[in-house]
Ligand binder design. Sequence first.
Ligand code: GDP
Ligand code: CA
Length: 324
Amino acid sequence: MPTLDSNVVLIAGGVGGARMAEGLAHALPDGALTVIANVGDDDDFYGLRVCPDIDTLVYTLSNRIDRKQGWGVADDTVRALDVLGTLAAPTWMKLGDADFGLHIWRSWQLAAGNSLTRVTQEAAKRLGARARILPASDDPVRTKLRTTDGWMDFQPWFVGRRCEPQVLELRYDGVEQAKAGAEALAAIEAAELIVFAPSNPLLSIEPILAIDGFRSAIAASRGLRVGVSPLIGGKAIKGPLTRLMAGLDLRTSSCGIAIRYNGLLDGFVIDMQDLPESDELQGRGLSVLPTDILMRDPQDAERLAAEILAWTAALREHRERAAS
Ligand code: GDP
Ligand code: CA
C-alpha cells in the first residue's frame, strides 16, 4: 500500500468540484486537502456577497448540502426570499434562509476589512468543512458572457435565464488586476498532487488559471498533476458545459477538455465509456486512468478518489524509478 499524499490541491468550481472534494477529503488523511475555488461566479444580492462555488464546497464538505439539487442547504426554507418578493425585490436567485446566514456573516466580515481568503477559511472551519477552502483571489474576478441577447453577467445568465441564451464569447472581468491568493499559490507550490476537478473548464477552472501566477506555478510544480473529465460519452453530467463548448466550436469530448489544460497535466481520468479516447490522450503525453467517473453519492466519490490516489502513487513511483 503506497503512502497517501499529505499535500493535495484540488482546483474546483461548484457541483463537480465539490463532489470530487468530498471524495478526496474522505480518502485522504485529515488536513491533507486544500481546495482552490473559483470566484468568477460571485455576485452581490441585496448588498450581500454570494460566492456560489465556495458555498457549494463549504456545504458539501460539511454535509449540509441539498444533495438532490447539488447546491444550497438541505431542508432550507425561503421565508426571507418571500418577504423580499412581497417588497418587490427581484427573487430569481434562489437563496434559502440558512444560506442567507452565511451571506450576511461573510458580507459583515468583509465590510470589517477581512480578506475573502480569511473569511472563507473561517467559515469552512466553523461550519465543519473537511478541507481547507481558499478562494483563487481576494480580488473580484467576474465571468461575463456575450450571448445572442448581448453581454450578460454570470448569475443572470446561469440562474436567471437557465443558461438559455446561446453564448458566443466569454471574458473574466478584473482578471488582469486580480492577484492570485497568496495562500492558494503557496498551496500549489507545496503540493505533491494537483487535481483538476471535473468542473466546467470554461466557467470554473479557467477563471482561476487566467489569474496571473496560477498557470506558471502549476507548470513549474514538482508534484503530479492530473485532471478528471466532467464529460461521459461527450455529455456533461449536469449543467451547460456541452452546449457551451459546442456553441464555441470546441470539441465536446474528454480529449477536448484535456486540451484546455495543455502543458499543465501529467495524467487524465476518463470514463470507461470513453476508452477509445485513450490513444489520443497518450499521444499527447498523458497517462490515462479509465474508470467509472460518475459520483452518484459520497461513497462513490470516495471510491473514485481512492482509485485516483492509488494510480497517482503508482505514476510517481514509476517516475522516480525512471529518474534514478
Ligand atoms: P458548478 O460551478 O456548480 O457549475 O460546478 P462545476 O463547474 O464544479 O462542475 C460542473 C461539471 O461537473 C459539469 O460539467 C458536470 O458534467 C460535472 N460533474 C457533475 N457531477 C459529476 C460526476 O459525478 N462525475 C464527473 N466526472 N463529473 C461530474
Ligand atoms: Ca459555479
